[in-house]
Design a protein around this ligand. Structure first.
Ligand code: ADP
Ligand code: MG
Length: 309
């Protein structure tokens, strides 16, 4: 089969939990995860991220909509869909009495991977768990447990790996290691989708970011495009007299009068310099008593796009 352009395609996806308060956890999600991408799904708590991922994992039934995984419809071709995705859920559930080696063999059995095709030791090596292959899982550190979960999700060699909050509660050093392992999978051609609370992490790793809030997609852009919004600056000027119209030289800028003598000027830092703004204001005959500068970051964008205030 020819690899599809999109590893995952989601159309009109809705979810109402039975016994829930009647509100929809997902309200008509449309999302494409391009093949080969490192895709970040961000959103505040309760936004619906885990619901979406658990639908992909086959752990939650959708109420409406269509989902294709590697081109396979999850309703019509559930086995093929399942065979092409590995999911690491948010909740860690573990059988502490198996060794990582045994846990992977068991998982391979569940996925029907024939013995000669199993790559148990290779996968453990890729996740940095060779030394722990035959230790009991309860003896593993938190970071190792997360890596074991990733290893379990990879036993059937799926071309797509989905991780729900993989680094929540994992300390910085282990997080770093986990990312190195995941980036190695990505270099090997695996499409990665993840949710995370750490915006800097998403900014650094993901080539595309979608933000969902209350079950709705509020942004879905290449990370670079999203970061260009961060390029925006807001300069607030306190002038020596009331603002009477926008100064001539600021026609191309986004301006707003905040108070009688306060002017806000927004501009792109890569296109303009502060002194252009200042000379335009001086040129119009104003004196500047005070100024403050604000830079946006991913956090601001996140907050402005989600209704969390
Ligand atoms: P996120 O992972 O973004 O924090 P979730 O998908 O876990 O969000 O939750 C989305 C919404 O669905 C929340 O309002 C949550 O309370 C609700 N929800 C999640 N799981 C269940 C469930 N099993 N039964 C009822 N409501 C649920
Ligand atoms: Mg969640």
């Amino acid at each position: 089969m020819i690899a599809p352009d999109n590893a995952i395609e989601i159309r009109g996806l809705r979810k109402r939990y039975r016994g829930g308060k009647g509100h929809e956890a997902l309200k008509g999600i449309d999302l494409d995860i391009p093949r080969g991408s490192f895709f970040g799904l961000l959103g505040p708590n309760g936004a619906g991220k885990s619901t979406l991922i658990n639908i992909l994992a086959g752990l939650v039934n959708k109420s409406e909509g269509e989902v294709r995984i590697w081109g396979f419809d999850i309703d019509r071709q559930p086995r093929s869909a399942r065979a092409n995705i590995g999911v690491v859920p948010q909740e860690i559930s573990f059988d502490a009495f198996f060794t990582p080696y045994e846990a992977l063999e068991l998982q391979a059995g569940l996925y029907g991977v024939p013995k000669p095709e199993r790559r148990t030791m290779d996968i453990l090596a890729a996740m940095g768990l060779t030394d722990k292959a035959h230790s009991y899982a309860r003896a593993l550190s938190g970071g190792m447990k997360r890596r074991l979960l990733v290893a379990k999700a990879m036993v059937h060699s799926p071309p797509i790996l989905v991780l729900d909050e993989p680094t929540a509660g994992v300390d910085i050093e282990l997080r770093q290691q986990l990312w190195e392992h995941i980036e190695a999978l990505k270099s090997g051609g695996v499409t990665i989708m993840l949710t995370t609370h750490y915006l800097e992490e998403a900014e650094r790793l993901c080539d595309r970011i979608a933000i969902i809030d209350k079950g709705v997609v509020v942004a879905n852009e290449p990370t670079q495009t999203l970061l260009q919004r961060i390029d925006e600056r807001e300069l607030v000027l306190r002038l020596d007299r009331s603002v009477a119209g926008v100064p001539e030289g600021l026609r191309g800028f986004q301006t707003k009068t905040l108070a009688d003598n306060e002017l806000s000027v927004r501009y792109s830092a890569s296109l303009h310099r502060v002194d252009e703004v200042l000379s335009a204001v001086h040129g119009a005959g104003y004196g500047i008593l005070d100024l403050t500068m604000r830079e946006a970051d991913l956090e601001d964008i996140f907050i402005s796009l989600t209704s969390r205030k």
